[in-house]
Design a protein around this ligand. Structure first.
Ligand SMILES: Nc1nc2c(c(=O)[nH]1)N[C@H]1C(S)=C(S)[C@@H](COP(=O)(O)OP(=O)(O)OC[C@H]3O[C@@H](n4cnc5c(=O)[nH]c(N)nc54)[C@H](O)[C@@H]3O)O[C@H]1N2
Ligand SMILES: Nc1nc2c(c(=O)[nH]1)N[C@H]1C(S)=C(S)[C@@H](COP(=O)(O)OP(=O)(O)OC[C@H]3O[C@@H](n4cnc5c(=O)[nH]c(N)nc54)[C@H](O)[C@@H]3O)O[C@H]1N2
Ligand SMILES: [Mo]
Length: 782
């Protein structure tokens, strides 16, 4: 790309659109291209996906390498773990269990383009700030450490040694270790995660915000309260055994495409599949199984849904309770509708829960869910007829005020029929980032429990801090107040992922030092502290050579399988370090007298794993077990009907139903991903399955709601959000798009819409920002 090309990318930021003009999004389109709408009639995956993959490979100049690398993705033992989503790898004979979006994701990392010192020399940070987020990442891989130079307003090269010394010096100069906060995005390997949290705790704080705080915190807390285990209890084999699958609040075709394989196989063997989503996701009905090339050639689609239920946003809890009520009504005539023996032996609180269901009227259930009782009964019928049921969910459930209660309601429903701790049954949250679950297991947690800290202290000879640390939202607030002065991020794009974009940006700018460990240039490098570092690291696809030879790292998938990943590509630059080495370098600089063998750990990751096998429960004999071709499964007591709750039983919850209907004239808006993005990384302005081209600045609405506001397709609208504290936030120049969804609901894309997410509006139950529950007014543009 020439400099003038780059300059032509320059534009307004997405939240300062002048009145009456179309807003630009964070993708490549500059706001002048005409948006298009088409009806998506094809099955999910299939040729559209194949073509998209080919385009990506060509665009990233990675055809040969890309094809070779992709063929090694998710292979037992030999390849690297897909850096995309956390859906488990097939451990059977499926040798090409890959998907369009995983390929896009891996090739985005493997690009031939470079963001080198020449680029930084040619552009001030102020200039770069006017580029789109697509343009920033599209410059390619970062190649060497850079430090911000205030005099020239540019990033300039710095040696690794000086970079570490700078971080170490600032950290040592702080009045208290709690003046620093250490973010993790969910891609970090288990080994690097373990060292990272060790460094942070040895330094003296539990300030470890992570992307889980915005993602599945509610799942962890809900499952822990009900079952004593903070994870799902099923694995992929259970998915093969289930005869009913309920899939709530997940856009599988875009965000966990390999789930389509399981859904199609389930359908073929006669399982019932119920999708619960306010938006009718085009791909909830038919798919071409991603790896079945013959089906692709013949365009043979497999149905992947038997029932679609469209609750109002946040109506899931009432829907689940309605299903429970219907199950209990049946049980009056047919006692086998519930598993009496399981309830008596393993659960606590059933009688209260039954009484609550009986006392809740169908009118209330309909009002709060937006689903009529016939539908709830139909879903309950599917549930009762099935011997083995899995309930799976993602952000549609968790990013809500009552996310924890809803997760617990999922468990309530499962408990009624003993759908836990046996084959083909159980709760199955779909985690996000490829190693977000491993990050938690290996210690990234701002509220570690005493048992974890005791073991860590004994294994590593440190005295870890005991007071809880800051999570994501509280870190933003503390930086804004000036209480946190150093912000370090292991991956991710905090400036855009966190709520309330201008507020978060200001919070980062108020820091004394910001340190971003990254693979690509992003907004978080440009909204920086007084001093700032960009530390470029190896990606998961790349070979990691240390003194004792090539290293492997491990990751944990959504279903608690831990397995090794080995990069196969030549690193993007000779001046990259592994995340493990970066942590060790910073740790040594910040803690010069530390007795922890940081250097030895970096030389050979087996040594880290040896320590982990002592420090972490379930990791005994780690080095040997992880070398099994498919790795090993972390034990989950709830899977064996061992419930580590205070009562030793699975506990029913009896939370009140939340009101979900918006006030007169307002809508409830959920932010979500398009098909062509990875969180804050945007590949294009299209959303194929929803039939959108050239447009990210949109609001999906019910047709009636549009008519009421005098809006036609693509009309310009202004969107105002109302925070609990009465403050308002505004996005101008969006476009209304009619979508099959209930009245009163609206949706649009993150991260553009994070501008509308008030920093103070997080769930009292999970502390998660309410990213799927904004109260908004949509009005014709001024
Ligand atoms: N290609 C790709 N894959 C990804 C990601 C990506 O950005 N791109 N991100 C990864 C990450 S970190 C995560 S956490 C996951 C996210 O995976 P998803 O959870 O699928 O992510 P979202 O796009 O936010 O979509 C949430 C879905 O919930 C629905 N929804 C909204 N509100 C409600 C509600 O109240 N009830 C119900 N039942 N549904 C609702 C929306 O219509 C949408 O279909 O995906 C991971 N995988
Ligand atoms: N409004 C709204 N906001 C949301 C959400 C939502 O649904 N709605 N979803 C939330 C969720 S679920 C999540 S998980 C967060 C995501 O938040 P983050 O994890 O913070 O964001 P990502 O976009 O995944 O991070 C992309 C950046 O990661 C860096 N990167 C990529 N690979 C690597 C690597 O291997 N190592 C390192 N060190 N860096 C790497 C690149 O520089 C890239 O620019 O966003 C949250 N924000
Ligand atoms: Mo996530």
């Amino acid at each position: 790309m020439t400099t003038s090309d780059r300059a032509s990318r320059a534009s307004r930021t997405p939240h300062d659109t002048p009145a009456g003009r179309p807003a630009r999004g964070r993708g490549p389109v500059d706001g002048t291209a005409e948006p298009e709408r088409h009806e998506y009639r094809h099955p999910a995956a299939g040729w559209g996906a194949a073509r998209a993959v080919a385009e990506v490979l060509v665009r990233e100049n990675a055809v040969v390498d890309g094809v070779r690398a992709v063929s090694r993705m998710n292979h037992a033992d030999r390849g690297f773990d897909c850096p995309g989503c956390a859906w488990p790898d097939d451990t059977g004979d499926l040798h090409l269990d890959i998907c369009e979006n995983g390929i896009k994701h891996a090739t985005w990392e493997m690009t031939g383009k470079r963001t080198d010192r020449e680029l930084f020399a040619a552009h001030t940070v102020t200039e770069l700030r006017s580029w789109s987020d697509f343009a920033l990442e599209n410059q390619g891989r970062l190649t060497e450490p850079m430090v911000y130079d205030a005099d020239s307003d540019r990033y300039t090269p710095i040696s690794w040694r000086d970079a570490f010394a700078l971080v170490g010096g600032v950290l040592r100069g702080l009045g208290s270790p709690h003046e620093a906060s250490f973010y993790t995005s969910g891609r970090l390997s288990n080994e690097a995660t373990f060292l990272y949290q060790l460094m942070v705790r040895e330094f003296g704080t539990n300030n470890m915000p992570d992307c889980s705080n915005m993602c599945h915190e509610a799942s962890g807390r809900g499952l822990h309260a009900s079952l004593g285990t903070a994870k799902g209890t099923v694995d992929l084999r259970d998915w093969e055994e289930a005869d009913a699958l309920f899939v709530l609040g997940v856009n599988a075709a875009s965000n966990a495409p390999r789930m389509l394989t399981s859904l199609a196989e389930a359908y073929r063997r006669g399982a019932q599949i119920v999708h619960v989503n306010p938006l009718k996701e085009a791909a909830s009905t038919r798919t071409i199984v991603p790896h079945e090339l013959r089906d692709m050639a013949t365009f043979h689609a497999t149905p992947i849904g038997t029932l679609d239920i469209q609750p109002r946003i946040a109506g899931d809890m009432a829907l689940l309770r309605g299903m429970a009520k219907a199950v209990l009504e049946r049980a009056v005539a047919d006692p086998a509708a519930v598993d009496q023996e399981f309830l008596e032996r393993f659960t606590l609180g059933f009688t209260d829960y039954r009484a609550l269901c009986e006392a809740t009227s169908w009118e209330d259930l309909e009002r709060h869910s937006g689903v009529d009782r016939a539908r709830m009964r139909e879903a309950a019928g599917i549930y009762v007829r099935a011997s083995n049921t899995i309930i799976s969910w993602c952000l549609g459930i968790t990013q809500q005020e009552h996310g924890v209660d809803t997760v617990r309601e999922i468990v309530n429903l499962l408990l009624l029929r003993g759908n836990i701790g046996r084959e083909g049954a159980g709760p199955s949250p779909v985690r996000g980032h490829s190693n977000v679950q491993g990050n938690r297991t290996c210690g990234v947690n701002h509220k570690p429990d005493a048992a974890f800290l005791d073991r860590l202290a004994a294994a590593c000879g440190i005295d870890p801090p005991r007071e809880p640390g800051l999570d994501t939202v509280r870190t933003v607030e503390a930086m804004h107040r000036g209480d946190v002065k150093v912000f370090m991020a292991m991956g991710g794009n905090f400036a855009l992922a966190a709520p309330d974009t201008p507020y978060t940006a200001e919070a980062l700018r108020r820091c004394e030092l910001t340190v971003q460990v990254s693979t690509k240039l992003n907004r978080s490098h440009l909204e920086h502290g007084r001093q700032a570092l960009i530390l470029p690291c190896l990606g998961r696809t790349e070979r990691d050579h240390q003194r004792t030879g090539q290293q492997r790292v491990s990751v944990e998938d959504s279903m608690a399988m831990v397995h090794l990943s080995r990069g196969i590509k030549q690193p993007a630059s000779r001046n990259l370090l592994s995340e493990t080495a970066i942590v060790a370098g910073i740790a040594r600089a910040a803690l010069p007298d530390s007795a922890t063998p940081w250097e030895a750990y970096t030389e050979n990751y087996d040594r880290i794993r040896d320590t982990m096998s002592h420090a972490l429960e379930g990791f005994e004999d780690f080095n040997r077990r992880v070398r099994h071709p498919n790795g090993f499964r972390l034990r989950q007591p709830a899977r064996e009907r061992v419930f580590l709750t205070p009562s030793g039983r699975a506990e029913f919850s009896t939370a009140p139903l939340p009101g979900t209907a918006p006030a007169e004239g307002l809508l409830v808006l959920g932010t979500l991903r398009s098909h062509d993005q990875w969180n804050t990384t945007i590949y294009s302005d299209d959303d194929r399955y929803r039939g959108i081209r050239n447009l990210r600045t949109l609001v999906f609405m019910n047709e009636g709601d549009m008519r009421e506001r005098g809006l036609s397709e693509f009309d310009l609208v202004d969107v105002t959000s109302y925070a609990k504290d009465g403050t308002e936030r505004l996005l101008r120049g969006y476009r209304a798009v009619a979508y099959d969804m209930p009245p009163g609901c609206a949706a649009g894309y993150m991260p553009e819409m994070n501008v509308l997410c008030p920093v103070g509006d997080y769930s009292a139950q999970s502390d998660q920002p309410l990213m799927k529950h904004l109260t908004v007014r949509v009005a014709p543009a001024e």
